[in-house]
Write a protein that binds this ligand. Structure first.
Ligand code: UD1
Length: 425
C-alpha cells in the first residue's frame, strides 16, 4: 500500500488551483439516472470516490465517457439504457454515497434495490431519513437481506417531509426523486450545503423545478421527464479550507484560486479570529498569518452555513500548534475524533470528553509514522506533518486518494517536502 513521506517545517508559498467538489460530483453523477439523455459534468475531480460512483453507474447500465486531464475533466453520462435497478453490496460498502442512486432509480423506474451501506469508520451513519423521506413520497420500502427494496409501481407522489435532523445525502436523494414525482413536494429543514444547491441548479438545468435553493425549505414541482444538460461542478470548499489551514499552520502564504470565498465564510471568520490575514477576491483568496503565532479558538461543527464537520480534523491540527487552549466540539457525527490519538503521537496535547476535545497548544509537533481511518483524519495528519519537525510517514494513503486531487503535487509545488512511497499490494 502507498505511503506518503513528509519532511516538515517548510512554509508553503505559492498558488493552488482548487478542484471541483467530490461531494457535489457524486450526487450530480447520480442525477444522470433521472433522464434518458446525456448529462455532461465539467470540473469533475479525478478521485477514487468519483471512479467508484462511475463503476456503480456503469453497473446499472449507464455509459460514461471522460475527457480531459486532472483539473479540467469532463464526464458525459448517459442513462438511456438502464439494465439493472440494483446497487450491489460490493460497491455500496466501498462508499456510502452510493445510496444516492436510490431516489433517482426509484423515481424513474418505479423500483430500486440498494444495499444498506453498513458500518463506517465515523460512527453509526444510518440511512433512515432517506427511507422515511421516500416513504413520504409514496414509496413502499422494505429492508430485506441487507438491501433497501423500494417500490412505487404507479410512480412517486409529491408530499411533505420535515427532516428531524439536517442530512445532506437525504436532502439530495429526496430532491432528485421529487423531480419526477407527480405534483409538489416540500422538504422542510433541508440541508443547504453548497453541494446541495449545486445539485438543485443542475436539476433545474435538466428541466426540473426546484425552488427555495439555498434555504432550508425546498419546493419541487414534479415533471414528467428530465432532459440532458451541461453543468460545471462547484469548487471544493473543503479542499480549499484544508489548504488555507496549511498556509497558516506552516507560517507560509498561499493563494487559492477557482473557489468563491463565500463558500468558506465560517472557516475564514474563525481563521481571522485565530490570527490569519485573509484577502478575498471574486473567485479566490490569499491567506497568511497576520503576525506571529496563531491563537487557539473554540469551534463547533454545524450544518451549513456553520463550521463544516469535514474541516474539523484539520482545524484541530492547527489548534495543536496554536497559542493557548481551544475547544473543538463535533455535533454532526459521533466518533469523529480518530485523528486525536495520532496527533497526540506527534506530540499534541488533546483531551477528549464526549463530543468535545480540549487542545492545549504546544510549540512544535514531532514527525512520526501515523495512520488514519478516514479521509479528513488522514489529511489532518498531512497538515500536522507539514508543520512538524522531522519526518512523518502517513499510512493508508487510499483515504486521501478518495478526496484530494493530486495532493502531493499541489503541496510540493508550494515548497512542501512531500513524496509518495509506492508500496506493494
Ligand atoms: C455528507 C458528506 C460528508 C459530510 C456530511 C455532513 C457527501 C458525499 N458526504 O455526508 O462528507 O461529512 O454530509 O456535512 O456529500 N443521518 C441519520 N440518518 C440518515 C442520514 C443521516 O441519522 O438517514 C445522520 C448522520 O449519521 C449524521 C448526520 O445525520 O450524524 C448528518 O449526515 P448527512 O448530512 O446525511 O451526511 P452524508 O450525506 O452521509
Amino acid at each position: 500500500m502507498d505511503k506518503i513521506r513528509i519532511r516538515g517545517g517548510r512554509p508553503l508559498h505559492g498558488r493552488i488551483q482548487i478542484s471541483g467538489a467530490k461531494n457535489a460530483g457524486l450526487p450530480l453523477m447520480a442525477a444522470c439516472l433521472l433522464s434518458d439523455q446525456t448529462l455532461t459534468l465539467s470540473n469533475l475531480p479525478a478521485l477514487a470516490d468519483i471512479a467508484t460512483m462511475a463503476t456503480l453507474l456503469e453497473q446499472h447500465g449507464v455509459t460514461t465517457e471522460v475527457e480531459g486531464e486532472n483539473g479540467s475533466r469532463t464526464m458525459r453520462l448517459n442513462a438511456g439504457n438502464i439494465t439493472s435497478t440494483t446497487a450491489p453490496y460490493d460497491l455500496v460498502r466501498k462508499m456510502r454515497a452510493s445510496v444516492l442512486v436510490l431516489g433517482p432509480i426509484l423515481a424513474r423506474f418505479g423500483e430500486a434495490r440498494v444495499s444498506l451501506p453498513g458500518g463506517c469508520a465515523i460512527g453509526n451513519r444510518p440511512v433512515d431519513l432517506h427511507v422515511k423521506g421516500l416513504t413520504a413520497l409514496g414509496a413502499e420500502i422494505v429492508l430485506e437481506e441487507g438491501y433497501i427494496h423500494a417500490k412505487a409501481p404507479k410512480g412517486l407522489k409529491g408530499g411533505r417531509y420535515v427532516f428531524p435532523q439536517v442530512s445532506v445525502g437525504a436532502t439530495e436523494n429526496l430532491m432528485m426523486a421529487a423531480c419526477l414525482a407527480e405534483g409538489e413536494t416540500t422538504l422542510v429543514n433541508a440541508a443547504r450545503e453548497p453541494e446541495v444547491n449545486d445539485l438543485a441548479h443542475c436539476l433545474n438545468a435538466m428541466g426540473g423545478k426546484v425552488s427555495g435553493i439555498g434555504t432550508d425549505t425546498l419546493t419541487i414541482q414534479g415533471v414528467a421527464a428530465l432532459h440532458g444538460a451541461e453543468h460545471r461542478v462547484v469548487a471544493d470548499r473543503i479542499e480549499a479550507g484544508t489548504y488555507a489551514i496549511a498556509a497558516v499552520m506552516t507560517d507560509g502564504e498561499l493563494e487559492l484560486t477557482g473557489v468563491c470565498p463565500t463558500l468558506l465564510e465560517a472557516l475564514l471568520k474563525l481563521l481571522t479570529e485565530a490570527g490569519a490575514k485573509i484577502d478575498t477576491f471574486e473567485d479566490g483568496l490569499r491567506i497568511r498569518r497576520a503576525n506571529g503565532m496563531m491563537a487557539g479558538v473554540d469551534v463547533m461543527t454545524e450544518p451549513y452555513p456553520g463550521f463544516p464537520t469535514d474541516l474539523q480534523a484539520q482545524i484541530m491540527a492547527l489548534m495543536t500548534v496554536s497559542k493557548g487552549a481551544a475547544m473543538v466540539t463535533e455535533t454532526i457525527f459521533e466518533n469523529r475524533f480518530m485523528h486525536v490519538p495520532e496527533l497526540c503521537r506527534m506530540g499534541a496535547n488533546i483531551n477528549v470528553h464526549h463530543s468535545s476535545a480540549m487542545i492545549r497548544g504546544v510549540e512544535k509537533l514531532k514527525g512520526a509514522p501515523v495512520m488514519a481511518t478516514d479521509l479528513r483524519a488522514s489529511v489532518s495528519m498531512v497538515l500536522a506533518g507539514l508543520a512538524a519537525e522531522g519526518e512523518t510517514i502517513i499510512n493508508r494513503v487510499y483515504h486521501l486518494d478518495r478526496g484530494y486531487e493530486r495532493l502531493e503535487a499541489k503541496l510540493a509545488a508550494c515548497g512542501a517536502d512531500i513524496e509518495r512511497l509506492r508500496g506493494e499490494g
